[in-house]
Write a protein that binds this ligand. Structure first.
Ligand code: GTR
Length: 411
């Protein structure tokens, strides 16, 4: 990732709160025909309306579970992470002919596996291959296309031995195991390589090219997370009722869409997800819809370009994405130095989704309306923090996510 570029403030965009345009957000609790939603039993109908708009105008429609989906354990060991964990690498084939597949790397606390206690697990996508999250030499070195050609030991868009552990600072594997959680990791490029190739590679190879409301890459990666969940549900060592889906940046946008579109995810975590993730688009603070659709034309469905420099015309905004997850737990995190992702806009989507959470009988974001002080996580059914530092995933973030999981899952 061009981290240096991300923590900078690209010129030509607004970073001044005083210059945020006046805006009116679409109300998640008013039906399309104007009827107010005042009781929980009206919510499913309103939720369908909002979901249809996100499918049609923002992320695009994905197919269901493919008929040929099947799984093979390609490697396993009961001696990983200094003897504290089991390791399993599972190949998920998206078709009967085994032409397209993704690998899931799974670490589980050995103590829980030995005690036959299903393990609550963080399901995550990563940017540089499963081998990049740890220097564990048994992790299969990814052969998939990689974005960078110079970073993280990647040469000519392929990983090399030097890529092992290159992103380990973002993945405190041993701490996760020590705290009694499992980690399931997938390289996002196995599902769909992150460049605009006209929807030919990755899993798109198995389907017709998408229409204007067809799945963009974010919807495709989220679909891959649902296929991973299909696997997790078959694995007795994993507690499929306690799976937290986590992602950073474009993969934070992805985890939010996965959590919204697949109710099997118990907790959804968005780390620094920004524009097209948790940030309110109408604020046009930092990255804008026009910029994201121009730089990354493959991420959203084609209809989303209608809202380039015209956010107010979009029938939905990102607080409604968060509302789609209700009443399930959601955690949104920001970084103070990540102005490109609009920290205040990320927080506000939690605030403006909270009425839906409250209607459904939860405490939402605990009635908070002001951005909390830095480094002080808020944890209710919805959680939020803004930490010091840049666009990144840090130990502070992971500690908050595991504390949140402890609280939500009553550990
Ligand atoms: C940036 C993009 C952001 C964010 C980020 C990332 O270039 O503008 O929306 O997704 O990439 O994924 O690291």
């Amino acid at each position: 990732l061009p981290t240096a570029m991300l923590s900078a403030q690209p010129a030509g965009y607004n970073y001044d709160e005083a210059k945020v345009p006046a805006y009116t957000l679409p109300d998640p609790l008013v039906m399309a025909d104007g009827t107010p939603v005042t009781s929980a039993d009206q919510w499913p109908k309103r939720r369908d309306e909002i979901m249809d708009l996100f499918l049609q105008e923002v992320y695009g429609k994905a197919p269901g579970k493919p008929e040929g989906l099947h799984f093979k354990v390609i490697e396993q060991s009961d001696d990983a992470v200094n003897g504290k964990a089991t390791r399993k690498q599972v190949r998920v084939f998206f078709d009967a002919d085994e032409t397209v597949a993704m690998d899931i790397l799974i670490y589980l606390p050995k103590k829980l596996v030995d005690a036959k206690q299903p393990v609550p697990t963080f399901l995550t996508l990563n940017f540089f291959g499963n081998h990049s999250i740890s220097d564990d030499p048994a992790i299969v070195l990814s052969e998939s296309w990689m974005r960078s050609s110079k970073e993280k030991g990647v040469v000519d868009h392929r990983a090399t031995e030097a890529s092992r552990g290159a992103s380990a600072s973002r993945w405190p594997v041993e701490t996760i195991i020590d705290r009694g959680y499992g980690l399931a990791a997938i390289y996002y490029g196995d599902i769909d390589p992150d460049f605009d190739d006209g929807f030919k590679n990755g899993v798109h190879a198995l389907y017709d090219p998408p229409a204007k409301d067809g799945w963009g890459s974010i919807a495709t990666w989220a679909w891959g997370l649902s296929r991973a969940m299909d696997y997790l549900e078959t694995d007795a060592e994993i507690d499929a009722n306690r799976v937290a889906v986590f992602g950073h940046s474009r993969l934070g946008k992805t985890s939010l869409w996965a959590g919204a579109s697949d109710p099997r995810f118990s907790i959804t975590i968005s780390n620094d997800s920004g524009c097209g993730g948790a940030a309110i688009s109408r604020r046009a603070f930092g990255e804008t819809v026009a910029r994201i659709n121009t730089s990354f034309p493959h991420w959203f469905c084609d209809n989303y370009t209608k809202y380039n420099d015209n956010e107010a015309a979009c029938p939905v905004d990102q607080h409604q994405l968060v509302a789609l997850i209700a009443p399930r737990s959601v955690y949104i995190a920001s970084a103070q130095g990540d102005t490109w992702a609009d920290p205040r806009g990320e927080f506000l989507s939690a605030v403006h989704a909270a009425p839906v959470y409250q209607l459904l009988g939860t405490d939402g974001i605990g009635g908070e309306t002001e951005l909390p002080p830095v480094n002080e996580p808020i944890m209710h059914t919805m959680g939020y923090h803004i930490r010091t530092g840049k666009h990144n995933v840090t130990d502070f973030d992971w500690k908050a996510y595991m504390d949140f999981a402890d609280q939500r899952w009553g550990k």
